[in-house]
Design a protein around this ligand. Structure first.
Ligand code: WT7
Length: 647
């Protein structure tokens, strides 16, 4: 049975960095005096030229501008590597755990330094300069981390593209960012299979509108044979063989871009969320330390992929800025068996584990036995991220992985927030399963109704943030207007998250999920518009509408309504073809779970598709459709209900 309150265990409290009294006092200070609070915490980084200004931010309509520490100079890679060399050169930085459990090895901070410096020099040799964009399409190997750090070292802006994305998605991202170089590997390994990364890049680069790339830097990973075009392709091991293992870090302004990361919105193509250097790194490192209660001897493991923001902030930047020892995992939780997470914890004596509800639910579905074969008694703190964690999964995680000893920090945040925003602190916060609890320092969440009124007390509403924090995204690359439009126009002078939430009587926040047309499938963010545009690009499809529906493992599944073009008879073969088409056009993550062929979609008289109705039918809630009187042809609805797929 899930209890509803889990007080901080005494053992955790005893060694925690932040107590509840600390939390309350520091939180109060952080919102009352943000300038002095962040001036103090900005000092956790090493600055080439210290900042004298702290917060300079404006959320006003048409004037949105976000700057932190704007006159300071620093280098992110220096902060993540070099500054640890004086005392901790031989401390283990990264413990690589391969897709195969037989492969693992460690590297020290000194070795990370040398590898990063060589690649940084290699990028320079390829003509990459400060401010240039570099696309990174890599497996979850140490080379991916070196590549990102190498970009940061020379002031190049990395744009990591998740290794599960298809050639088309790669091409879109290259075109938007006008990347000069793309870094990839022969193949990736995942769950005993391989992914043809280099071949996917080749296909992306063949698209006519992809004209910005001058070189493709290729790492060997599986040693597979790949096509190699000497006019553009460069082997990383050849390029770096004779280059020095020293590379002076570039002095960057705090507001110089560090990276672009594409994410899905409710409309249009994915947007390039842009993060800058000083505020982002301050926030990533401070949140990582306090939220996971990091001590120098911790073995930290964030089981995310560097292709997502979690991998950026809580693998590549936060933990490394803090000089942590961390596990880098190439594989998946269910390979070679579903005991893998526990096995890796025991093998490397992991003390802090950060993973996602979808992984937990997948393990939960396999029963408790796999976790009887490992001990996990080194674990102290566990984290959850990516989507709301249902109390059943929370409880299973708490008991079966954490041996009922480890606080779970349910961390709510977004690609755009740069770091964790609402979360428990292990030594400070009494837990309620399913609640992300309270705001981190400097974060002012509030709930608003549809008219923009802020709501008081225990209530449901749309989650907004009242003022800026250092890790906040600064813009959408190349489209500041879209940035303002997306995040600052729904509610004037506030950042709108796109999420709904409830605040309870104790002031705890419970995130209820997206309130816009964004899906969360296994913790991956997908725009319904994106999937729809891939669908209608298929020759047999006239019209498409995509909605989410509750899915036991994935959180949300993808339910697709499609109308065939005239004269086309939809059959099983076409359904299969459409499924493959979406995989190929976008990504396997976007593969429709259910494809519902129909002759018509419910539309208003002005032609707008009524998604509310489609969502209800997909969720099997057609008994409560609400008002359908504004439909142009109400009979369409009966037909859809009759043929619904999710019974
Ligand atoms: C969306 C952001 C943040 C890194 C991974 C996802 C959902 C994220 C939680 C949580 C409830 C969560 C929200 C948010 N989300 N964490 N702990 N509880 N919902 O980043 O791809 O930018 O997606 O993920 O809906 O808006 P992202």
């Amino acid at each position: 049975m899930t209890k509803n309150l889990y007080p901080v265990p005494q053992a955790v409290k005893d060694r925690a960095l932040i107590s509840n009294e600390d939390y309350l006092a520091m939180y109060q200070e952080s919102v009352a005096n943000p300038d002095s609070f962040w001036a103090e915490h900005g000092k956790r980084l090493d600055w080439i030229k210290p900042f004298t200004q702290v917060k300079n931010t404006c959320f006003e309509p048409n004037k949105v501008s976000i700057k932190w520490f704007e006159d300071g100079l620093l280098n992110a890679s220096y902060n993540c590597i070099d500054r640890h060399l004086k005392d901790n050169a031989n401390k283990t930085a990264l413990i690589f755990e391969g897709d195969s459990p037989e492969v693992s090895y460690s590297v020290t901070y000194q070795q990370v330094h040398d590898n990063v410096a060589k690649i940084a020099n290699g990028l320079k040799k390829l003509g990459v300069e400060k401010g240039d964009r570099v696309a990174v399409y890599m497996p979850m190997t140490l080379d991916a981390i070196y590549a990102m750090q190498a970009c940061a070292r020379i002031g190049a802006v990395h744009s990591v593209i998740f290794g599960g994305f298809s050639p088309n998605a790669i091409a879109d991202r290259i075109v938007d960012s006008q990347a000069k170089v793309i870094i990839t590997a022969d193949e990736a390994r995942r769950g005993g299979r391989t992914v043809p990364l280099k071949a996917n890049v080749d296909e992306a680069l063949a698209r006519k509108d992809v004209t910005s790339i001058t070189h493709c830097l290729v790492f060997k990973n599986t040693q597979a044979d790949v096509d190699f075009d000497p006019a553009i392709d460069v082997w990383a091991h050849e390029l770096t063989a004779d280059l020095p293992a020293v590379c002076e870090p570039e002095a960057m302004n705090a507001e110089d871009p560090l990276f672009i990361l594409y994410t899905s919105g409710s409309t249009g193509k994915p947007k390039g969320v842009m993060h800058t250097t000083g505020g982002y790194l301050t926030y990533a490192s401070m949140t990582q330390e306090f939220i996971f209660d990091i001590h120098p001897d911790d073995i930290y493991w964030c089981a995310a992929d560097v292709g997502w923001i979690t991998g950026h902030s809580y693998i590549v930047y936060g933990p490394m800025a803090n000089g942590c020892t961390q596990v880098i995992f190439e594989g998946v939780p269910t390979y070679p068996s579903s005991s893998r997470i526990g096995d890796v914890v025991d093998k490397h004596q992991v003390t802090v584990l950060y993973t996602a509800p979808t992984a937990i639910r997948a393990l939960m579905a396999k029963g408790d036995e796999p976790y009887a074969t490992n001990k996990r008694d080194t674990l102290r703190v566990m984290g959850s991220v990516g989507e709301p964690i249902n109390p059943e999964a929370w409880n299973w995680y708490y008991e079966n992985i954490g041996n009922s000893q480890c606080p779970i920090v349910d961390t709510w945040w977004q690609t755009e927030t740069g770091g964790i925003m609402i979360t428990p602190l292990p030594g400070a916060t009494d837990l309620k399963p399913g609640s992300a609890t309270r705001p981190f320092f400097g974060v002012q969440p509030a709930l608003a109704d549809a008219d923009g009124n802020l709501l008081e007390g225990a209530i449901d509403g749309n989650l907004v943030i009242l003022d800026s924090w250092p890790g906040q995204a600064r813009t959408i690359y190349g489209d500041h207007e879209r940035f303002e439009q997306t995040y600052f126009s729904t509610y004037a002078n506030r950042y709108f998250t796109g999420d709904g939430a409830r605040r309870d009587e104790d002031g705890y926040f419970w995130i209820t999920g997206r309130v816009d047309d964004v899906l969360n499938v296994s913790g991956h963010r997908l725009g319904t518009a994106e999937i729809e545009s891939a669908l209608v690009a298929h020759e047999s499809i006239a019209e498409a509408a995509v909605v989410g529906y509750p899915h036991d493992i994935k959180g949300q599944g993808i339910y697709v309504y499609v109308t065939p073009v005239e004269g086309i008879e939809a059959d099983e073969e076409l359904t299969k073809a459409v499924r493959n088409w979406v995989r190929k056009e976008l990504s396997p993550i976007a593969t429709p779970d259910l494809i519902h062929w129909t002759t018509g979609l419910p539309k208003t008289r002005s032609g707008k598709i009524m998604r509310r109705i489609l969502r209800k039918i997909a969720a099997n809630e057609h008994q409560a459709l609400g008002d359908t009187s504004t439909l142009a042809d109400p009979s369409v609805v009966d037909d859809l209900i009759e043929n619904r797929l999710n019974r």
